[in-house]
Design a binder for this molecule. Structure first.
Ligand code: FAD
Ligand code: NAP
Length: 251
């Protein structure tokens, strides 16, 4: 329902992944068109004036509902309330989706690397669910770093996708604060600098001939990856100009 400042929608499902990481599904406004990589601005009616925060859309255009993944930030103005909403609660969604974290901004390549920290995995879930990238790339690698194993949102879905696309898609969880978990445990830039990430996949080091890279999440992570990839001659996408690396910085 259009309420002037945006759409007033309804929470339809909530999935808790860990104490502070959850997904919320909502009704979808009429005619709300978006692509994987777009984000919606969300707020709650509790605020006198909407306190908008952007959230990547996890669902696809083919799904009837909108889905978002988020972390409850201690003292976070919006997430401390979002973490308490229940099914049936009203939620505000800004009029139109936005964003430039769109895979087709990249020039054509052989292998697509999807690198995420924390909730930065959200836009990749949308991209993988939609599935068009499977026709565009010979190989797709999703590298997803969280502190603890319990925070690996969509883990089962990603494992299933890997089984269904065993020759095309590899899912590599990284768990940095749970020694002995058996997962890769160093931060993604360290794994790439040392060559241990590519070694784990048994492929040659990242290079612009073969690879296209999307990076999403923690701002220090995106900055480090930009420097690292820049040193390897990767070129950022600019509006209207295809590149070989693409970034979404969450805060
Ligand atoms: C394009 C874009 C897309 C985004 N998509 C998502 C998403 O899909 N899921 C999501 O959880 N967040 C996402 N964010 C971050 C989100 O918009 C909010 O900043 C976040 O939820 C905190 O809001 P808040 O009002 O609770 O915190 P505030 O009171 O505004 O506090 C902000 C502080 O919390 C920390 N912080 C903010 N976001 C995060 C985060 N995701 N993880 C860890 N620490 C954080 C930072 O220290 C920041 O300074 C996105 C941001 C951008 C710019
Ligand atoms: N996760 C928790 O248990 C927890 C609990 C309470 C509060 N919080 C708060 O919630 C917020 C978000 O936590 P989060 O765990 O979702 O996100 P995060 O701090 O961004 O961590 C997510 C993943 O990204 C890695 N990472 C962090 N900085 C990086 C960098 N510069 N380069 C490469 N990798 C990097 C982390 O590794 P490292 O482990 O090496 O940092 C972790 O594997 C923080 O502000 C935190 O204070 C988190």
């Amino acid at each position: 329902m259009d309420v002037g400042v945006g759409h007033m929608e309804t929470v339809t499902a909530i999935q808790h992944w860990s104490e502070r990481t959850l997904s919320i599904s909502t009704t979808r406004p009429d005619g709300y068109a978006f692509r994987p990589g777009h984000y919606a601005r969300l707020s709650l009616p509790e605020f006198e004036r909407p306190l908008w925060r952007p959230y990547s859309i996890v669902s696809t255009a083919a799904q009837p509902q909108l889905e978002f993944l988020f972390s409850i930030i201690p003292d976070g103005k919006l997430t401390s309330l979002l973490g308490k909403v229940e099914v049936g609660a009203p939620i505000l969604i800004d009029r139109n989706p936005m964003g430039f974290f769109l895979e087709d901004s990249l020039s054509p390549g052989d292998t697509l690397w999807l690198l995420a920290t924390g909730t930065g995995v959200g836009p990749y879930i949308s991209l993988l669910r939609e599935g068009q990238i499977f026709a565009k790339y010979r190989q797709i690698y999703l590298v997803y770093s969280v502190r603890e194993r319990a925070e690996l949102a969509y883990d089962q879905e990603l494992q299933t996708l890997q089984r269904q696309n065993a020759d095309r898609f590899r899912y590599l969880p990284v768990v940095t604060r749970e020694p002995g978990s058996g997962f890769l445990s160093e931060r993604i830039p360290t794994l790439i600098e040392s060559g241990r990430l590519e070694a784990a996949l048994e492929v040659a080091p990242l290079n612009t001939e073969r690879d296209r890279v999307m990076v999403c999440g923690n701002p220090e992570f995106t900055a480090t990856m930009r420097t690292l990839l820049n040193e390897r001659q990767f070129v950022p996408c600019r509006r209207g100009l295809a590149g070989t690396m693409l970034f979404e910085k969450y805060w």
